[in-house]
Design a protein around this ligand. Sequence first.
Ligand SMILES: *Cc1c(COP(=O)(O)O)cnc(C)c1O
Length: 394
Amino acid sequence: MATTEEIIKLYDQYVIPNYIRFPIVQVKGEGVEIWDSNGKRYLDLFSGWAVSNLGHCHPKVAAAIQKQAGLLQHAPNIYYTEPQGQLAKRISENSFGGQCFFCNSGAEANEAAIKLARIHNEAKGKFKIITMNDSFHGRTMATLTATGQPKYHKGFAPLVSGFEYAPFNDLEKVESLVDDQTCAILTETVQGEGGINIPDKSYIKGLRDLCDRKDILLILDEVQCGMGRTGKFFAYQHYDIEPDIMTMAKALGGAIAIGAITAKKEIAKSLVPGTHASTFGGNPLACAAGVAVFDATIEEKLLENTNEMGLYFRQELDKLAAEFDVIKEIRTLGLMIGVELKKPAADIVKKCMDAGLLINCTHDTVIRIMPQLNVKKENIDEGVSILKKILQSD
Ligand SMILES: *Cc1c(COP(=O)(O)O)cnc(C)c1O
């Protein structure tokens, strides 16, 4: 095997430098642990942006991928395969009974939702979409435009027209933007990249009510907060409402690239043949992994564990907050955890990594923690004790 230095050199020479990377070569993962090319072990409480929700190389997901890899890896969407049908059934039955379209990423899922919202409203002359400040919806041109953070827009003008922005969790501001041309409101149910922002019940219910009154589609982006992350299969289920369209990706394929939307049937039918497509979308390999993710989540009672461990993690973090003045606020829903500091968090996250704990910094001052859904108390104890040590030495 190439050395750490040789591998990093390959990147320096052959990979476009659009990421800031830590000088670590990840080699192997098992459950909540990762090992690098020097044999150093890390406790992973971030799950790679909430992708590896079941832990690294979950045996049931690995077995499903291996089995499907030897059977059929790709089938064009002019044919049928069982994994795509089975995954669509699981998404539908665990959400609001809609129909699915499959693609390969979160951005593509939101792109599909935006296109569906527009084509569904074309005859009514409605095309405007309202999204929220501090949101994150992806990096394609339409989803970049939908993302309410100017720093991501810089350098890419002209953006896609027809998008407007409101502050998150501010129903009145959203309502003030609505006009006869508004076709959809798009928001993450819980904002991830924006710092783990959990909206009020009245806001999400108010958006639903506003959409009903004004004949507007409610699109919820559950790319990060979905798939059990918040202790329910989908975060909207905390709010006693249903969206018209929901987008998914990240944890859906248990580390295999996949994205999906599910939409109420009467809306979904607007996506007639020829309007949208994806070559790899719904391929049997990714879908077989997705089926295994759903089945393992249910069989292993991971939603229950998420709620239980979410409360435990919260309790342990509250103890840190009582001890360390630098902690400004803790926001959690299930195992979607944000610890907001009174100063930039990147340095603390980096020190934790050096000490063998993988967590993340988002929105400058927020430590983001998103452990695997089958995390155990002992993993949380280990993580919190590392974080505590770093805070003490800070
Ligand atoms: C990560 C993310 C996306 C984009 O997903 P990609 O797979 O990177 O395209 C979209 N929305 C949310 C909420 C996300 O967290």
